[in-house]
Design a protein around this ligand. Structure first.
Ligand SMILES: Cc1cc2nc3c(=O)[nH]c(=O)nc-3n(C[C@H](O)[C@H](O)[C@H](O)COP(=O)(O)O)c2cc1C
Length: 194
């Protein structure tokens, strides 16, 4: 059991090219339900999700495209890598579905942090559940750089905070794993014998 969990964790990749096939609603429901098993600060379960398909998904993608294009050289002066990243952004890689995770806005910094971390935990679970179903995802905060537009497209009220977005669909690529830092670089052991 544990081995399977570790396998899913290690083989999940950010997918930026998708097949057009629709994901059945029951599968989407299954991964959303798994997300709700994440821990949450004070068990408030302060997460909400929007599942988006059709024209609104297209608007979402085009909005992210504009964010990405804004930080790039003009057309004709872009590298092939930049062009392909822009193409991914403008279309969300052709994914049939996008999921937006939200939480309640909170003015108190500690509580805001607690709420954001709870949603991030749920989002991690969602990504792993999707991987377990053979589905691709890509955690994105880039689109939030045009948050006002997103709010308008999806009619999100000001008492909600947008946390993250992911496309969802069947992968049409199998990217190499990005290298990970070694534990030596990131772990400090305190109170242990050498
Ligand atoms: C908080 C967060 C924000 C991210 N935002 C974006 C994004 O806006 N666009 C994108 O293409 N990838 C985004 N990513 C995906 C990362 O680039 C990716 O997770 C990282 O390169 C490691 O690759 P892997 O997910 O395949 O292991 C984001 C990931 C996280 C965790």
């Amino acid at each position: 059991m544990q081995v399977e969990l570790y396998e899913v964790i290690k083989t999940r990749r950010s997918i930026r090219r998708y097949k057009p096939d629709m994901v059945p609603r029951e599968v989407i429901n299954r991964i959303l339900e798994i997300a709700t098993w994440a821990p949450s600060g004070r068990n408030w379960q302060q997460w909400e999700f929007m599942v988006i398909s059709g024209s609104k998904k297209g608007e979402l993608a085009r909005s992210y495209g504009r964010v990405v294009e804004f930080g790039m050289p003009p057309e004709g002066k872009r590298s092939p890598e930049q062009e392909s990243f822009l193409q991914w952004a403008r279309t969300l890689g052709g994914a049939p579905v996008a999921i937006v995770a939200l939480t309640r806005v909170h003015g108190q910094p500690g509580t805001r942090k607690m709420n954001l971390e709870s949603v991030a935990a749920a989002f991690s679970y969602l990504l792993l559940a999707a991987a377990n179903e053979g589905l691709g995802t890509c955690w994105m905060t880039g689109p939030l750089n045009n948050e006002m537009e997103l709010r308008k497209i999806l009619d999100i009220s000001t008492d909600k905070e947008i946390v993250a977005i992911t496309p969802l669909g069947y992968p049409d690529e199998s990217p190499e794993a990005a290298p990970r830092k070694s534990l030596d670089e990131i772990v400090t052991w305190i109170g242990f014998e050498e």
